[in-house]
Design a protein around this ligand. Structure first.
Ligand code: ASP
Length: 347
């Protein structure tokens, strides 16, 4: 009888422990250490209005994003750095020709693209940035080289392209960036006299690697029909891109003039750091309140060292893809109420 009673007791304890494990009642059985965030990568493909975009175009952007994030995921999964993951993911998006970056860049009023990009390491605060590039296929790579191979943070225009040549990067003809879609957009915008547009397709990535380091990067062709020589927020540290292990990593997209005036990326991180608010509160306060009050359109992706993610946007859409160590990638944001599509991050 006694053996049956103690056997029942043992069974009850096993059941309770496995229940606790399942429902995370750790505290009742001695506090479990908080789960390690593992690694996380979040990418965006620009905030804006997707409502006039054909479903096939949205689908093409989604597919390009999946491919890009798979490249970043593979690096993080084999214990690579967040910087490498950010660069690799952005390069795939630049090469796709489907976003306002690299081969898909919007044109200036002169009918050619001018590209900006930046990358930042949250561990060291090292950063590299480039602007007003006309002959560089992968601006994000050049930004990385500025960070690693020069004593400077930012190089622009001809000087940046001369530096690229010295690093063995081929200067490509503007025809490389010619693309029917952008040419149509340019002609329409020109004939309608538009100086700006609701459309954005900038790309950006934030990542947390297995060693707990954050990084952020952004690459863009800027806004439609911008003046030649105009530089936006994307290459400006603290405006369109920022990363600091002490607070967070952010990449922004939207009308850059507002992001520069409001130092959006740094403001979000410094709120986390000094006001001790959550990442979500900080990002929402800046994007959904401060920017909205000024009619500044756009959104951000933000990530902290605990693996918290915030992706607020005040436009109709902002396509994002988020992946964690479990390899389930969630793509969403082409409309406010688009249900996330889950795909595998492993090819
Ligand atoms: N922020 C970019 C710029 O102003 C544009 C964008 O995100 O679409 O250059």
């Amino acid at each position: 009888m006694k053996t049956i009673r103690s056997f029942t007791l043992v069974l009850a304890v096993i059941a309770a422990v496995s229940l606790a494990d399942r429902f995370h009642f750790g505290a009742a059985f001695g506090a479990a250490s908080p789960p390690s965030p593992g690694f996380v990568l979040v990418a965006h493909g620009g905030a804006g209005d997707y409502s006039n975009m054909k479903p096939e175009q949205i689908e093409m952007r989604r597919a390009a994003m999946v491919k890009a994030v798979q490249a970043g995921y593979a690096i993080l999964a084999r214990n690579g750095s967040s910087l490498d993951a950010v660069e690799a993911t952005i390069r795939v998006m630049e090469d796709s020709g489907l976003f306002d970056a690299g081969r898909g860049s919007y044109y200036t009023r002169d009918g050619v693209p001018e590209m900006d990009a930046s990358i930042m390491d949250g561990r060291t605060l090292n950063a590299g940035s480039v602007a007003s590039l006309k002959h560089i296929a992968n601006p994000i790579h050049l930004a990385r080289l500025v960070m690693e191979k020069t004593p400077h943070v930012m190089l622009v225009g001809e000087g940046a392209e001369e530096f690229a040549k010295s690093q063995g990067i081929e200067l490509v003809s503007p025809y490389l960036f010619f693309n029917e879609r952008e040419w149509e957009r340019y002609k329409n915008a020109k004939s309608a006299g538009f100086s700006a547009s609701e459309e954005h397709g900038t790309v950006g990535v934030v990542a947390l690697d297995q060693t707990g380091n954050l990084a952020a990067g952004t690459s863009t062709g800027g806004t439609v029909m911008k003046m030649p020589g105009r530089v936006g927020d994307s290459p400006i540290l603290g405006a369109g891109t920022y990363a600091n292990n002490a607070s967070c990593a952010v990449s922004g997209t939207g009308t850059g003039e507002f992001f520069m005036r409001n130092i959006v990326a740094a403001d979000i991180c410094e709120r986390v750091r000094y006001l001790h608010v959550t990442l979500d509160q900080a990002a929402n306060e800046v994007v959904m309140k401060e920017l909205v009050e000024q009619h500044g359109d756009g959104g951000v992706i933000a990530l902290d060292q605990k693996g918290n993610v915030a992706t607020p946007f005040n436009t109709n859409g902002m396509m994002t893809a988020t992946v964690r160590a479990d390899g389930k990638m969630a793509i969403q944001g082409w409309s406010k109420n688009a249900k996330p599509i889950i795909v595998s991050a492993t090819k």
